[in-house]
Design a protein around this ligand. Structure first.
Ligand code: ADP
Ligand code: MG
Length: 260
C-alpha cells in the first residue's frame, strides 16, 4: 500500500542566535490512506515542526514529505490544518468563517451555504451560525475551527494539539465527534497531542517522539476495538496501552533527553 503521507529523511535545523539547532533529525514516517495517527512527545521535540512541514508551512533542511506521492511544495486544499489557538477571523461570523475556505476554493454561493450549514450542524453550532467568535466559549470557537477545516473537504487533517486548551468534557465530546467524522468521511489524520490518554483513545497508531534532536522514538499500535467508546476508555486493554505510551514518553533514557 502506498502511503498517503510519507516523511522521508526529514531534518530541520533552525538558526538560533547564530548557532544551528537541530529540531528534527532524519524522520522517516509513513501514514497510510485513512489512517489515524497520533504523535506524542516531550515539549520541544519537534512535533509542531513536523506537522508544519507536512502542511507546507515550514521547509525541511533535508529530506522531503510526499503527499499522494508528490513532494509538498506549500499549503494546499488537500490538507486541512487545525491549530490549538482557534485561528478564526474575529470580524467574521461562524458561518462566514466556515465559508471562508470555500470562497477561496471558488465554491459557488449556494453550495457554500449548504456545506457550511452541514458542518456547522455537525459540530453542534447550529444555533450560533451568525455569532461572532468573541461571543463564543473556547470550546465553541474550536468547534468552529474544526468545521471550517472539514468544510473544504481535505483528504488529510493535520491537527496540532487542537483540543489542548479545552475543558475535559468538551475535549471528550470533540474527540468523539472527530472519530465519528473520521469514520464517516474516511480521512487521513495526523493528530499531535501531549495528552497520552487522548493519543491512545483516538489512534490506530501512536508515534512517540524524543527530543534533542527531535526524532521518532517508538511507534505503538493501538489494538483496541472500534468504534471507541467509554467502555473502551475504561478497559484494562486501554490502560495497558496507555501505560506503554506513557512509559515511552516519560521514561526515555536520560541521556536521550539532554540538550546537545
Ligand atoms: N522558527 C523557529 N526558529 C527557531 N527555533 C524554532 C522555530 N520553530 C521551532 N523551533 C524550536 O524547535 C524545537 C521544536 O519546536 P516544536 O516543533 O514547536 O516542538 P513541539 O511542538 O514538540 O513542542 C523547539 O526547541 C523550538 O524552540
Ligand atoms: Mg507544538
Amino acid at each position: 500500500m502506498n502511503a498517503k503521507i510519507s516523511f522521508r529523511g526529514v531534518s530541520c535545523r533552525f538558526d538560533v542566535a547564530g548557532t544551528g539547532f537541530q529540531a528534527l533529525d532524519r524522520v522517516d514516517l509513513d501514514i497510510g490512506d485513512r489512517e489515524f495517527v497520533t504523535v506524542v512527545g516531550p515539549s520541544g521535540c519537534g512535533k509542531s515542526t513536523l506537522l508544519n512541514i507536512a502542511a507546507g508551512l515550514v521547509e525541511p533542511t533535508a529530506g522531503q514529505v510526499l503527499v499522494d506521492e508528490r513532494p509538498v511544495a506549500g499549503p494546499g486544499p488537500d490538507r486541512g490544518v487545525i491549530f490549538q489557538q482557534y485561528a478564526l477571523f474575529p470580524w467574521l461570523t461562524v458561518r462566514q468563517n466556515v465559508e471562508f475556505g470555500l470562497r477561496l476554493a471558488k465554491v459557488g454561493r449556494a453550495e457554500r451555504r449548504r456545506r457550511a450549514e452541514y458542518f456547522i450542524g455537525l459540530v453542534g453550532l447550529g444555533e450560533f451560525a451568525d455569532a461572532l467568535p468573541k461571543t463564543l466559549s473556547g470550546g465553541m470557537r474550536q468547534r468552529c475551527a474544526v468545521a471550517r477545516a472539514y468544510a473544504v473537504n481535505p483528504s488529510i487533517l493535520l491537527m496540532d494539539e487542537p483540543f489542548g486548551a479545552l475543558d475535559a468534557l468538551t475535549r471528550v465530546q470533540l474527540q468523539d465527534q472527530l472519530l465519528r467524522t473520521w469514520r464517516a468521511e474516511q480521512r487521513t489524520v495526523m493528530f499531535i497531542t501531549h495528552d497520552v490518554d487522548e493519543a491512545v483513545y483516538l489512534a490506530g497508531r501512536v508515534v512517540v517522539m524524543a527530543a534533542w534532536p527531535g526524532r521518532i522514538h517508538q511507534t505503538i499500535d493501538v489494538d483496541l476495538p472500534t468504534p471507541r467508546t467509554e467502555e473502551v476508555r475504561l478497559s484494562p486493554q486501554f490502560a495497558a496501552i496507555r501505560n506503554r505510551v506513557w512509559h515511552a514518553v516519560y521514561h526515555q533514557r536520560p541521556e536521550e533527553g539532554l540538550p546537545k
